[in-house]
Design a protein around this ligand. Structure first.
Ligand SMILES: [Zn+2]
Length: 253
């Protein structure tokens, strides 16, 4: 079942759920953008003193994943099931907010899934290439640290797992709730969970660092119509790649 609401009715609920300011910020700052003279990514740090990390930070995301160090990384153990999400058009992206209960275990860390959202093209590049889109699954552990899993989305056959989302994209200022049975979160992920790992940041203001990035090596396919539906709302919402500086990108075996 799908129900539509004006965004304002559910904004308070979303804000309560995402009590971390850093996580909320992806939708809350009104004046940053992906293009234009003032709001574009190169100028984010000038918009607000709280955004200075966007320019000064040395561990920023996204990056172009080129040179990697192959090593034994802990497996990503997703405990994802079905959930009743709220799909929000926050003006920067389509964000799917989730009730508690979906988690990810990485080594001795357990993260709770808060939300996921999309960018087009993919923000991260692999060997100099963007994917058509990317989904960022934003998790937080008990210590308040964020772990974001990037799932690259490439052109292919229509993907029924994403249909509950891409058939009902909310217009700006609107949010939609979807019945739990219609969104199987585990089905959104590729079968193979090999990944790249690096230390980075939020890719939107305030660009806070200390985010553990895990980008899955295997992309998921979306149909041309699904990608088109998203691009009708957001034709380009990706921050350009940032300098790697002295970071190392690890790659699972
Ligand atoms: Zn993102």
């Amino acid at each position: 079942m799908i129900s539509r609401f004006p965004f304002s009715k559910t904004a308070a609920v979303a804000a309560l759920m995402l009590s971390s300011w850093a996580v909320q910020a992806e939708g809350q700052a009104p004046h940053w953008a992906y293009k234009g003279h003032h709001g574009a990514p190169a100028h984010w740090a000038e918009l607000d003193p709280a955004f200075e990390t966007c320019a000064k930070g040395l561990k920023q995301s996204p990056i172009d994943i080129r040179k990697t160090v192959k090593t034994e990384l802990p497996a990503l153990e997703f405990s994802y099931g079905s959930a009743a999400p709220t799909i929000v058009n926050n003006g920067h992206t389509i964000q799917i907010n989730l009730p508690a209960g979906q988690s990810l275990k990485v080594g001795d860390q357990t993260y709770e899934l808060l939300q996921f959202h999309f960018h087009t093209p993919s923000e991260e590049m692999v060997a100099g290439k963007h994917a058509a889109m990317v989904a960022h699954f934003v998790h937080r552990n008990a210590a308040g640290e964020l772990g974001v899993v990037g799932v690259l989305l490439e052109h292919g056959k229509k993907n029924p797992a994403f249909d509950a989302i891409f058939s009902h994209l909310p217009r700006p200022g609107e949010s939609i709730t979807v019945d739990a049975l219609t969104l199987d979160l585990a089905a959104l992920l590729p079968e193979s969970k090999g990944y790249y790992a690096y230390e980075g940041s939020l890719t939107t203001p305030p660009c806070s660092q200390g985010v553990n990035w895990m980008v899955l090596k295997t992309p998921v396919r979306l149909g041309a119509d699904q990608i088109k539906a998203f691009r009708r709302l957001f034709n380009a919402n990706a921050r350009p790649v940032q300098l790697l500086n002295d970071r190392i990108v690890k790659e699972s075996l």
